[in-house]
Design a binder for this molecule. Structure first.
Ligand SMILES: Cc1cc2nc3c(=O)[nH]c(=O)nc-3n(C[C@H](O)[C@H](O)[C@H](O)COP(=O)(O)O)c2cc1C
Ligand code: SF4
Length: 464
């Protein structure tokens, strides 16, 4: 059973042995086993599991929990890097207000991203513990785990873990004798990338079409069913128990001088390297160290470019490998840390084809609400397809740049279109000559041949 699951799990493998992972240095993964088996309730509790819930519910106020998260500088691991403590402090609270929800974003559909899957499939109780603490701090009595539909193994594991936690009294009424009630439900999405955008997630959870909602109001003011709701990524919520158990200073020290962002991060790498996979490393680890851990590029290949954190981030070059992989440093270099899972591009890969493939994904996943996204992305995909076939026309590159500029921040309802524009603009910036090679020589007829009309067929047949 375990062997076949390991074989199925392709990229989402932790590449650090259990002997390399300690509670003091690897708060997310130290409990994981080398055989990839699920950490069930008994094993989780034996490994200090639910100790943070017991400690916090009896000794700390929700305000103290939020202050600790702020000081620790836990930044959201879903891609945006927003401070979890600040987000939790902005959620409307008060006995006179309707109680809200804690929502876990487990939609993980970002191209090149496979980190939440590891935690969901092997360490479900860590997420449940983080969500209980989120409920306590945000005055919520109920939460939902919004799970990507294709993660069927995670759904199975989570369903079992929720039953275990409920039977043992970690979910339900009067948790650990504290008087605090909290329960959780698992909700599987219908398999659309846009459901990962937090307000589209809420619409989808409510059974509506998964369009993003206009903000304000933010989910913390009016979220699921109009109640204050906090939406956090799986990895963010999984970081919470250790922060509260060991304190803000301990968490800050994990990243130390490397970064102002606290803690560790599940970094990963995919593409033409020797070993794809995941590593839990201090926040601010350099890209070059990650590439070394992956064994470098496959034999005979050289690194040409890399995406730092999923398909909606901007390409960087080999010379950027010395940068700390944290939110501010990567933003200063013109990209985004995103999910922190690197996609490497080798010298024998075409940037035009890579970007065409990404834009095809983003075009297909647009919810269709804003014109620059709904119409601009398929248009960009078509232009890139022509360049890929060597059938581009003079002006196509400039047109692509104009389309991308129209998709920039603030021009659309959500961050889908700006995210789609990032790999396109950065690829043109760094590899313009490759795009120019796709422009057909002067005099070249790039129009498709008209379909010949068969006069001998009847009108009905012809239109079929
Ligand atoms: C198109 C799009 C897709 C997104 N997909 C995800 C996702 O799969 N998982 C996720 O955690 N955040 C995703 N986000 C970010 C969420 O909107 C939100 O910022 C995040 O869940 C907040 O959690 P965090 O603060 O813990 O990072 C997406 C955003 C956009 C615009
Ligand atoms: S940017 Fe795209 S995905 Fe986002 S709301 Fe507009 S059309 Fe929908």
């Amino acid at each position: 059973m375990t062997a076949s699951r390991s074989a199925l799990r392709y990229h989402s493998q932790l590449r650090q042995a259990a002997s390399e992972r300690q509670p003091e240095t690897h708060p997310l993964t130290w409990r994981l086993r080398d055989d990839g088996a699920v950490i069930d309730l008994d094993e989780y509790v034996a490994k200090d599991g639910y100790a943070a819930v017991r400690q916090v519910l009896s000794h700390q106020s929700p305000e103290e929990v939020i202050e600790t998260l702020k000081t620790a500088n836990v930044r959201g691991r879903g891609g945006g890097g927003f401070s979890a403590g600040v987000k939790w402090s902005l959620t409307l609270k008060g006995e006179d207000l309707p109680r809200g929800y804690v929502l876990c974003n487990a939609d993980e559909m970002e191209p090149g991203t496979f980190k939440d899957r590891l935690l969901l499939e092997q360490l479900p109780h860590l997420l449940i513990e983080g969500m209980i603490l989120g409920g306590y701090a945000n005055n919520a009595r109920f939460g939902y785990i919004f799970l990507r539909r294709e993660y069927v193994e995670a759904a199975r594991v989570l369903t079992r873990a929720l039953e275990e936690a409920r039977a043992a009294g970690w979910l339900g009424r009067d948790i650990a004798g504290s008087g605090f009630d909290f329960d959780l439900a698992l909700h599987t999405g219908a398999g659309r990338y846009i459901c990962g955008e937090e307000t589209a997630l809420i619409n989808s959870l409510e059974g509506r079409r998964a369009n993003p909602r206009s903000k304000p109001p933010f989910p913390g003011q009016s979220g699921a069913w109009g109640k204050p709701s906090v939406v956090n990524n799986v990895e963010t919520l999984c970081a919470v128990p250790a922060v509260l158990r060991h304190g803000a200073q301990w968490y800050q020290d994990l990243s130390g001088e490397r970064s102002n962002d606290g803690g560790t991060k599940l970094y990963g790498i995919s593409g033409r390297v020797k070993r794809t996979g995941l590593w839990e490393l201090p926040m601010g680890t350099r890209g070059g160290e990650l590439l070394d851990r992956a064994g470098g590029m496959r034999d005979g290949l050289k690194l040409k470019a890399w995406l730092p954190g999923g398909g909606s981030t901007g390409f960087l070059l080999p010379e950027h490998l010395d940068l700390a992989l944290d939110f501010d440093t990567i933003a200063k270099a013109g990209s985004r840390l995103g999910t922190g899972l690197l996609t490497v591009v080798a010298n024998n890969q075409s940037m035009v084809s890579l970007v065409r493939n990404l834009e095809a994904f983003f075009a297909r996943e647009s919810c269709g609400w804003c014109t620059p996204c709904r119409d601009g992305l398929p248009w960009a995909e078509k232009l890139l397809g022509a360049l890929e076939r060597g059938e581009g026309e003079p002006g196509d590159i400039e047109l692509l740049e104009r389309l991308a500029a129209d998709q920039g921040p603030g021009k659309t309802f959500c961050a889908h279109a700006p995210g789609a524009a990032m790999p396109l603009t950065s690829a043109i910036e760094y590899f313009r000559e490759e795009f120019a090679e796709g422009i057909a020589p002067p005099g070249w007829d790039t129009r498709l041949d008209p379909v010949p009309v068969d006069e001998s067929r009847g009108a009905d047949e012809g239109t079929r």
